[in-house]
Design a protein around this ligand. Structure first.
Ligand code: AOF
Ligand code: ZN
Length: 357
């Protein structure tokens, strides 16, 4: 080491390693529901000796992969995990046991697991085994990573993102901006992040262009009588399943001969019934995309606002001056509040992202 006399060495940076955990966890964006995304890093003598992430519900947890990667080097090392290690026998055995067996000296945790069967029991188990435990490192980042999982665990309902486009003169637009559906564009990423997307029966579905993205389930709403259901283009949407929610009186007859299309007929289509259906399918995050026939959305929007079913808001402002008065947004109540608004650029559009209070 240069610098001669200075004996002060930097302590290993807990925040750095938890950020690495979050990065690893994100490898599985769109694949883990109803499970959370989790990353784990094993550090020994200030070197990363093992890394892992949870790839998919039913498969081993992040800690198992990281411990496997570290092998014997895990002994006396520190395990960094973005989520509290589990302490229960689910589809996989408890991670606390794996960490204890590997004889790690310390565990650094991003956030407590809100799942009632875990909920700090993992932390207690590790401490009881004589392992030093630190909790809450880069907690906000870890919570953001799993905002849908946390919401679903605490409320029992899927996390809903409301998205729409507007022109600079404030009118609702039925279109997406340039480049936003390309790889790295916000729309392509939204599709990758959400387990399902609710579309009007007349809107197009540009599949996510993120490499290896798990395409969301397409939920087509058909409110308007005689609406022409646009069945997906097989070349574009090969991996996306489609489900059509319709009402008896609509007599919608989509071409159900196409593979992967399921039709569910309700007496009355309600957002809560659609969300219930998603929950039973293990889908934790739903994107409500206001494009296409506005009439399809009128009821679900009103219900969503009245019942407080929306969590996140994504508004795309396109650099154009246009639009008609026809809009589904007339049901957005003035008393609605959004918090933590941030803005960013995607393609040629400005994006506003916030959370409903
Ligand atoms: C961890 N590490 O990587 C994940 C955890 O059905 P199972 O066995 O997969 O258990 C699912 C629950 O385990 C899930 O609801 C959440 O509480 C926790 N997920 N825990 O220690 C992980 N994915
Ligand atoms: Zn686990």
């Amino acid at each position: 080491r240069c610098g001669g006399g200075a004996q002060m060495e930097q302590e290993p940076d807990d925040r750095y390693y938890i950020r690495r955990c979050v990065e690893l966890a994100k490898t599985a964006i769109g694949y883990t529901s109803p499970n959370p995304m989790v990353g784990c890093v094993i550090v020994k003598d200030r070197k990363i000796v093992g890394e892992g992430f949870h790839p998919k519900a039913g498969q081993p947890h992040a800690e198992v992969f990281a411990l496997r990667d570290a092998g014997d080097l895990a002994e006396n090392g520190t395990a960094y995990v973005s989520l509290e290690p589990c302490n229960h026998y689910g589809r996989t055995p408890p991670c606390t046991e794996a960490l204890i067996k590997a004889r790690v000296k310390k565990v650094v945790i991003g956030m407590v697991d809100p799942n009632a069967i875990v909920d700090s029991k993992g932390i207690r188990k590790l401490r009881d085994a004589g392992i030093e435990v630190t909790v809450g490192v880069e907690e906000e980042l870890c919570k953001k990573l799993n905002e849908a999982y946390i919401h679903q665990m605490l409320t029992g309902k899927p996390f809903v993102t409301l998205r729409y486009s507007i022109a600079v003169n404030g009118h609702h637009l039925d279109q997406l901006g340039e480049e936003v559906t390309e790889r790295g564009g916000y729309y392509s990423k939204l599709l990758q992040e959400h387990d399902a997307i609710i579309l009007s029966s007349t809107s197009s579905f540009p599949a996510s262009k993120e490499p290896g993205a798990n395409q969301p389930l397409q939920i087509l709403l058909s409110r308007s009588p005689n609406s022409q259901i646009q069945t997906p283009n097989p070349a574009d949407d090969a991996t996306s399943k489609v489900i059509i929610f319709t009402e008896k009186e609509m007599n919608v007859e989509p071409e159900t001969s196409q593979k992967g299309i399921e039709t569910v007929v309700f007496d009355k289509t309600s957002l809560i019934s659609v969300l219930e259906h998603c929950k039973h399918q293990g889908l934790c995050s739903v994107l409500l995309d206001l494009r296409g026939d506005y009439a399809d959305f009128e009821d679900v929007l009103r219900e969503g606002f009245e019942q407080n079913l929306f969590q996140k808001l994504v508004v795309e402002v396109l650099p154009i001056w246009r639009g008609s008065e026809q809009t589904a947004l007339k049901h957005i109540y003035v008393e609605q509040r959004v918090k933590n608004l941030t803005s960013m650029i995607s393609g040629k559009s400005i994006l506003l992202v916030g959370y409903f209070e």
